[in-house]
Ligand binder design. Sequence first.
Ligand code: NAP
Length: 252
Amino acid sequence: MERNLEGRVALVTGGSRGIGRAVAVELAGRGARVTLTYARGEEEAARTVELAGQRGGVAQARMCDQRDSEAVEELVSEVVEGQGGLDILVLNAGVTKDQYLMLMADDDFDRVIDTNLTGAFRFAKAACRPMMMRRSGAIVTVSSVAALFGVAGQVNYCASKGGLVAMTRALAAELAPKGVRVNAVLPGFVETDMTAKLPRQVKRQSAERILLGRFGKVEEVAGVVSFLVSDAASYIIGQSIVVDGGLTSTVS
Ligand code: NAP
């Protein structure tokens, strides 16, 4: 693997499992010094650190519930001071709390927005100053195709992911003049714990709508994220890159 991120400092939220783990391992394998966050999955986060090591990379895990502004600010300061700056921020952590609107508790709406959208805002806010001061940096938000089409039972999730795309564009407009690039990745269905809990019939019907006929692999998202944070993407700003095996490219 090309070590094209050698010496960069990266922070990946939600790196204990799924897409975030693959991103953390990929960035570390490319030479970045990675800090990954988790909320509860200490053992899983330690496993990510181990996997990064097996790829010849350096990573550390930190518990940081991104619903807590103070914890987010403390972690970003720790990374910036401990590692001498912050070059790459991947805002990946997210949750679902699916329920039909009539049955959805206010708490379930709030929790998804607070984690997926406000959590990303908290990290972007804490990280933008050190990035702007060095006039360089790359931020990638992990949204979803749920930002593009409606999913019954996911009013909260769709709102959070649509908000993330809009926030990404606004961040890009604000930070590009300061040398910081911001882009979004919108995965379709990817094999992780999040999709493992979908009913079998929903999984089968969903796969039938995907041109490639299968769910994506976490590495297929991580590869796009690692491209977007690299110098090869130096002229890509404020974009939403869909990674969905063709799910949203056709009507079926
Ligand atoms: P996942 O396997 O469920 O992992 C979620 C990650 O987020 C875990 O590392 C989890 O940490 C972390 N997390 C959750 N709440 C947190 C909080 N309050 N503070 C800090 N970390 C928190 O999910 P995934 O499928 O990899 O999804 C990753 C991202 O991609 C999410 O934003 C998701 O919405 C998006 N996405 C996924 C798919 C898909 O098909 N899988 C499709 C489109 C978009 P713990 O281990 O500590 O719980």
